[in-house]
Design a protein. Structure first.
Length: 150
C-alpha cells in the first residue's frame, strides 16, 4: 500500500504536528487537514473538495469523509439524501401554500406519487454526482482515504 504525504509549508506542517496524536495515530481532523492541503495543491477550489454540506456536518461533529475521499456508495447515499431532503421541504411548502398561490391542493395519492418521484430523481442525482466524483478521482489520481498519512 502506497502512503501519501501531502507537500506542506512549514506553517501547515507545524499545525499538523501540534494536532497530531501520540503513538503515531492520526485524528480525523488531521486527515481532513492533509486532504485539504492535497486537494488545494492539485488546484481544486474549497467548495469542490469541502462542500458546504460537509463543512456543516463536520462542525456538527459528524465524522464523514470528504466527497473525493469517500467510497461510491457513501457519496451516493449522502448526495441522494441531501437532494431528497431539500426537495421534500420544497414539496411540503408548495402543498401547504397551494391554495394561496392558486394551485389545486394535491390529494393523498398525488402527494405520495410526488414523494416517490422525488425519491427516484434523488437516486438519479446521487448516481450522477457519485459517477462524476469517481471520474475526477481517477483522472487526478487522488489517493484513497487510507493512504493519507502523516
Amino acid at each position: 500500500m502506497r502512503v501519501y504525504s501531502a507537500p506542506m509549508t512549514k506553517t501547515r506542517m507545524h499545525t499538523i504536528q501540534i494536532l497530531a496524536i501520540s503513538r503515531g495515530c492520526m485524528s480525523f481532523q488531521n486527515k481532513v487537514e492533509i486532504y485539504r492541503s492535497l486537494m488545494s495543491d492539485k488546484g481544486f477550489s474549497k467548495n469542490t473538495y469541502a462542500p458546504p454540506l460537509y463543512r456543516w456536518l463536520w462542525k456538527c461533529g459528524v465524522k464523514i469523509k470528504p466527497p473525493y475521499a469517500s467510497e461510491f456508495k457513501v457519496n451516493l447515499m449522502v448526495q441522494a439524501t441531501f437532494f431528497f431532503s431539500i426537495f421534500a421541504v420544497v414539496l411540503f411548502f408548495v402543498s401547504l401554500f397551494a391554495n394561496d398561490i392558486g394551485l389545486n391542493l394535491p390529494t393523498g395519492s398525488q402527494v405520495a406519487t410526488l414523494y416517490l418521484e422525488n425519491f427516484l430523481v434523488s437516486v438519479l442525482f446521487g448516481l450522477a454526482v457519485s459517477f462524476n466524483i469517481l471520474q475526477v478521482k481517477k483522472k487526478n489520481k487522488i489517493p484513497r482515504w487510507a493512504e493519507i498519512n502523516d
